[in-house]
Design a protein around this ligand. Structure first.
Ligand code: HEC
Ligand code: HEC
Ligand code: HEC
Ligand code: HEC
Ligand code: HEC
Ligand code: HEC
Length: 508
């Protein structure tokens, strides 16, 4: 870029074309930017964790400024030449004359070519680093801290904390890479001008299909068998009565080629092709669903009178994949109820504090405008509760109360984000059916075929309860399991929707 006018045969007396204001300014800018790049690259090599700001300045902004400076040099020369030519058109020809027999011109040409080759090589290395960097977790998660804080915080505590954002959100291949950078450019703009929505909406409209992301790491045919899950809850009473359910979740799986196919994964993922129609953006209301088995038999279940045949025909149908159940594999916003249960179980919150379960959840779900306000409010209200209602406990259990306050504040900071209006209610988890509809979006007992077959909701369709501890009394199961015993008699359990009462916030 810099050689187009260096070979200018300058009239011997006049100074070199490069001596003009624009070119000189360009040279100064380029040198300063180059020094910055060198310094930032040096720091980047020294640090073992990529820093988003070093990345964005060292590999994008400063090189950009440097190129701008370099371009100014020939531009200035060009303007200068024009200026001189209009003054003396007869002396200076229209185009520069090149003469490789002139040793001075030869040297200049060699120097400029060498510079260009080195520059291009360095830029290639730099662009690769810029490419690596724009795909890094730090770039995606930290650069726009306010906007990505909920997703990034939840991600860091999830089973996928070591999986890069791009492995799920972009995947391999040039097409999706370009797509993601184009939408990324819009996102940078929307952050810069505060045009982003709060909360960031979900589902992600064009998330890459699971076979090209999740299934690159997880083999869909893997046999998981029955998986033991233990759920421990604490009551909202004064004694925080513990309750426990041990159940085998029939995840199953299996390729008919290798074993007995069975369980949730088999029915929902491998044996059948399931398609559905959702009537809301969040895919939480699903009035129509169709299963097509390996032989091609089609079974349609629908909620009576929810949609007309015409509406069903026109509706866009989604093929169910991993993300329809595992919609929160990494951005898991835990409901306060379950976070507090876990903290009590881990004795980070002392269960001997009266009503500590109920009160902790109450202060967590209160309405706060900012995280800072919440942290103060949690301390004030939780401490205040013991101060006013249990003065002796307050006097004798200071350290336990302090620890409980700190833990509840930590839970808040890790799962509720008032600035972005994100919490467990905004992004419900579709695995299970306790705090949100989840599996009961379809298995609610209301989805029936034309000839009256109901999509199963029986409590042993998906899991068997091995044992249950209720009000301190253990109920042991047989090989077939125990029937679930609800703390409060609700009659036929298949007739209720758990999430109607169990909201994840203050107990029912
Ligand atoms: C294990 C795979 C995985 C990883 C790793 C991952 N995500 Fe996600 N992300 C998802 C899925 C699945 C969704 C929900 C998509 C849906 O419901 O359509 C999602 C949703 C989102 C959303 C939309 C808001 C929301 O919470 O639903 C944002 C923003 C987001 N991810 C950003 C990130 C960032 C930033 C990182 C890295 C720090 C990251 N993701 C890492 C799988 C992943
Ligand atoms: C880059 C590889 C990778 C990708 C992509 C990936 N996962 Fe994972 N996933 C893992 C690893 C590794 C683990 C095991 C983590 C552990 O046990 O510590 C895991 C664990 C899981 C688990 C078990 C979680 C638990 O509670 O233990 C589920 C469910 C899961 N992944 C679903 C998904 C879904 C859904 C997607 C796509 C949105 C996905 N994964 C994408 C690597 C990946
Ligand atoms: C019908 C809903 C559904 C679909 C679709 C589904 N899963 Fe699952 N998956 C489950 C349930 C339920 C469990 C048991 C999880 C539990 O109890 O925490 C599970 C368990 C798992 C586990 C084991 C988790 C562990 O803790 O060991 C992995 C890994 C997993 N699924 C990956 C996938 C992948 C990959 C896909 C897509 C090919 C997929 N699942 C599709 C419902 C589903
Ligand atoms: C989009 C609707 C939909 C959702 C959501 C859904 N299912 Fe299903 N499920 C179906 C359909 C359709 C069938 C197939 C019934 C058939 O074979 O006729 C099915 C079948 C099953 C079966 C086999 C039942 C049998 O006949 O023995 C299991 C187990 C199952 N699902 C578990 C789950 C679990 C666990 C979840 C939640 C993580 C879930 N499903 C969520 C639609 C759904
Ligand atoms: C369509 C499948 C399906 C059906 C039908 C089903 N469950 Fe579940 N249930 C699940 C899954 C999956 C989980 C595990 C969620 C998890 O791993 O977090 C679960 C979890 C539970 C839990 C533990 C919740 C917690 O957080 O403590 C209870 C209790 C429970 N089920 C009771 C029932 C009862 C009672 C019925 C009958 C009305 C029933 N389930 C029907 C799929 C089902
Ligand atoms: C009509 C409201 C209502 C419905 C519907 C309901 N529950 Fe409950 N549930 C309660 C009440 C009230 C308690 C006692 C809460 C307490 O003592 O803190 C409770 C307690 C529980 C507990 C003990 C853990 C805890 O949080 O205290 C489990 C487990 C449970 N319910 C499971 C279920 C399941 C599974 C379903 C759906 C099949 C369901 N419930 C539906 C009202 C309901």
């Amino acid at each position: 870029m810099a050689n187009e006018s260096v070979d200018e045969p300058t009239p011997s007396k006049s100074p070199g074309l490069i001596r003009n204001l624009v070119s000189l300014a360009g040279a100064v800018i380029a040198v300063i930017a180059a020094a910055n790049v060198a310094f930032l690259v040096f720091i980047d090599f020294l640090s073992n964790r990529p820093n988003p700001y070093i990345g964005i300045f060292g590999y994008m902004i400063m090189p950009g400024i440097m190129v701008f400076g370099l371009l100014l040099i020939p531009l200035g020369m060009l303007i200068e030449r024009r200026r001189r030519r209009t003054r003396a058109p007869s002396e200076i020809p229209r185009f520069p004359r090149m003469d490789l027999n002139d040793p001075k011109q030869r040297r200049t040409l060699a120097a400029v070519s060498a510079f260009i080759i080195v520059f291009v090589a360095l830029s290639a290395a730099g662009s690769y680093r810029a490419y690596e960097f724009t795909d890094s977790v730090q770039f995606c998660g930290q650069l726009c801290h306010t906007v990505m804080k909920p997703e990034y915080t939840a991600y860091l505590q999830s089973p996928h904390a070591r999986v890069a954002c791009v492995d799920c959100h972009v995947g391999a291949g040039a097409g999706w890479y370009v797509k993601s950078k184009l939408s990324g450019a819009y996102q940078v703009y929307s952050v810069a001008f505060h045009k982003y929505p709060t909360p960031i909406p979900t589902p992600v409209a064009n998330l890459r299909p699971a076979p090209e992301t999740c299934e690159q790491c997880h083999w869909p045919n893997k046999f998981h068998g029955d998986q033991l899950r233990v759920f421990t809850h604490f009551g909202t009473d004064e004694k925080n009565t513990p309750r426990q359910i041990r159940m085998l979740v029939k995840t199953g799986g299996g390729d008919p080629a290798t074993g007995l196919p069975s369980g949730i994964h088999w029915h929902m993922n491998i044996g059948n092709e399931i398609t559905y129609v959702a009537t809301d953006n969040q895919r939480q209301v699903i009035p129509w669903v169709q299963a097509k088995d390996r032989q091609g038999h089609v079974t349609v279940y629908s909620v009576k009178d929810a949609l007309t045949p015409d509406q069903i025909q026109k509706a866009s149908k989604r093929r169910m994949d991993c993300v329809d159940c595992h919609n929160r594999p990494t951005h898991i916003y835990r409901p306060p109820d379950s976070s507090v249960d876990d903290a009590i179980l881990a004795t980070k919150i002392d269960p001997s504090l009266p009503f500590v379960k109920q009160q902790s959840v109450t202060v967590l779900v209160a309405d706060y405008k900012t995280t800072e306000e919440a942290v103060k409010g949690i301390d004030r209200d939780l401490t205040g509760f013991y101060q006013s209602k249990y003065p002796d406990v307050y006097a004798s259990k200071q350290p336990q109360i302090k620890a409980a306050v700190a833990e509840v504040q930590r839970i808040y900071q890790n799962s509720i984000f008032p600035e972005m209006k994100v919490d467990w209610r905004v992004h419900p988890n579709n695995i299970g059916h306790f705090y949100s509809s989840g599996c009961f979006r379809c298995h609610d007992g209301n989805h029936v075929t034309a000839d009256g077959k109901v999509l199963k909701k029986d409590c042993d369709t998906c899991h068997t309860i091995q044992s249950q501890v209720e009000s301190g009394k253990p109920l042991m199961g047989t090989a077939q399991g125990v029937a679930f015993q609800h703390p409060v008699d609700l009659g036929d359990m298949t007739a209720v929707n758990c999430a109607d009462c169990h909201t994840g916030g203050v107990g029912p």
